[in-house]
Design a binder for this molecule. Structure first.
Ligand code: HEC
Length: 198
């Protein structure tokens, strides 16, 4: 996802809720409790729907068929869910397969923060972060990310030993694929959700 003026925020991530300029008084900070709850549910639903589609596809046509389903369905599932919830829903990673999932600066900083927190012993499945950011025009956006750990199911397409058919299919669809070589338990990436605030 692309936003204009979030560059400065990377250094400000220590606080749970951060603002670029102008710095508002504490009582002006929007209450985002509801957005956090909806985002948690959205991340769960997105992950659940993807896993279901993936498992079904692998069952009927093997992992190479799963690649096709991920290619065709991941973006659509995210767009449908986003439209339903009036939010922007997606996935991103430090090592991406689909260039359309590349992190923006805010997402990049949060992904690095997740890696650091994981290295310090936080359980990968529990890592989440949210903030309200403000752009040059004063538009505030609520943003939320939730880490996605690598499960054994994922290794068929994101591990380092891929079935030749899967490998070939991935090379055709994603010539610049970097989402390989993951081990079970690694952070594969994160769900990323945004909602412009009134
Ligand atoms: C059958 C192959 C396959 C399996 C199994 C699979 N993936 Fe993927 N994954 C893909 C493909 C293909 C894409 C690119 C989707 C797209 O074009 O948006 C992808 C993209 C992603 C992305 C988005 C970031 C990026 O790299 O573009 C994440 C995050 C992700 N997968 C996580 C997982 C996790 C976690 C699992 C296990 C639960 C998993 N995947 C299992 C094929 C697979």
């Amino acid at each position: 996802m692309r936003y204009s003026s979030t560059l400065v925020l990377g250094a400000m991530l220590a606080a749970g809720v951060v603002f670029a300029r102008p710095q508002p008084a504490v009582d002006e900070q929007p209450d985002v409790g509801a957005e956090v709850e909806v985002s948690r549910t959205a991340a769960q639903q997105f992950g659940g729907a993807l896993k279901e589609a993936l498992q079904q596809a692998i069952k009927t046509g093997g992992p190479a068929n799963g690649v096709a389903i991920c290619h065709d369905q991941a973006g659509k599932i995210a767009a449908d869910l986003g439209a339903k919830l009036d939010m922007i829903v997606g996935r991103t990673s430090l090592k991406i397969r689909n260039p359309g999932n590349a992190p923006d600066n805010w997402e990049l900083a949060v992904l690095k923060q997740f890696e650091a927190r994981k290295a310090q012993g936080e359980p990968a499945g529990k890592l989440e972060f949210f903030a309200v950011i403000e752009d040059d025009q004063g538009q505030k956006t609520f943003r939320y990310m939730k880490a996605i750990p690598t499960a054994s199911l994922c290794l068929a397409c994101h591990g380092d030993k891929l079935d030749p058919e899967v490998d070939a299919k991935l090379k055709t669809l994603y010539p610049n694929d970097t989402a390989r070589g993951f081990k079970e338990g690694d952070l594969r990436g994160a769900f990323t959700i945004a909602k412009p605030l009134p």
